[in-house]
Design a protein around this ligand. Structure first.
Ligand code: SF4
Length: 236
């Protein structure tokens, strides 16, 4: 059985399980070394809470691109303290970022899709690859209804680009389910969510959305919807 088939088999095995059960299965080492990559978004805060409740040991890491909102830094601090977790913060390589900014400018991402993807590559993908060293599986908080680019996501799938099993425990959750959980369990969340930001990334590439707009309409809003992914969740 190759890795893609193995992921598909796990997907079938865990289909219908609750998010907590899926997390417990992975954090018990059934698929090897598993870590959680959090963006501190609402879904990821739900997962952090569930992991903390499970008391199972797990590496939790996040990416500091250097362009985050002040509110996101506040949430990193609050979350680490509330749950007593050692949140690993991955930074981009300073020389790579310096070279990019010198040749293309500090706000290069508004100039072209290529520039934007280069910035995401250096500030997000490269640090993420370093964080993935030694892992067999990674957990993230993607949901199908978040975006046109996420409609065919699976609960468990093979992430060919990163050579890892990818687990999306909240795959079928609705936005309402996420927020009900946050309120019922007093989960800390980014204050920008109360100001019209359903999806929060880097400050220059995120804006508030209007009521009724797609939840990811405020991310890289100047690009076509089909290209609005940073590359972290690239699929076959
Ligand atoms: Fe750069 Fe924007 Fe991507 Fe952040 S989201 S890494 S600022 S292009």
């Amino acid at each position: 059985m190759n890795q893609k088939e193995k992921a598909a088999a796990i997907n079938r095995q865990l289909s219908g399980k609750t998010a907590e059960e899926v997390l417990h299965w992975f954090l018990s080492g059934n698929a090897g070394e598993t870590a959680f990559s959090t963006s501190l978004g609402a879904e990821d805060q739900v997962i952090t809470h569930m992991i903390s409740e499970s008391r199972l040991p797990v590496r939790i890491f996040t990416l500091d691109t250097g362009r985050l909102f002040p509110e996101t830094y506040d949430l990193i601090d609050l979350t680490s303290k509330k749950y007593g977790i050692n949140l690993e913060i991955m930074f981009p390589d300073a020389t790579e970022v310096e070279d990019m900014v010198r040749s293309k400018g500090i706000n290069l991402f508004y100039e072209s899709v290529e520039n934007r993807k280069l910035c995401c590559q250096l500030r997000k993908i490269h640090p993420l690859k370093r964080a993935f060293a030694g892992l067999d599986a990674w957990i993230c908080g993607l949901r199908r209804e978040q975006s046109v680019t996420r409609k065919d996501l699976q609960l468990v799938e093979w992430d060919e680009g990163n050579g890892l099993i990818k687990v999306n425990p909240l795959i079928d959750w609705t936005e309402k389910m996420v927020w009900d959980y946050i309120r019922n369990h007093h989960v800390p969340y980014n204050k920008l969510h109360d100001q019209g930001f359903p999806s929060i990334g880097c400050q220059p590439c995120t804006r508030a959305v209007m009521q009724g707009e797609d939840v990811r309409a405020g991310r890289w809003w100047w690009e076509n919807p089909e290209s609005r992914e940073c590359g972290l969740h690239k699929r076959d």
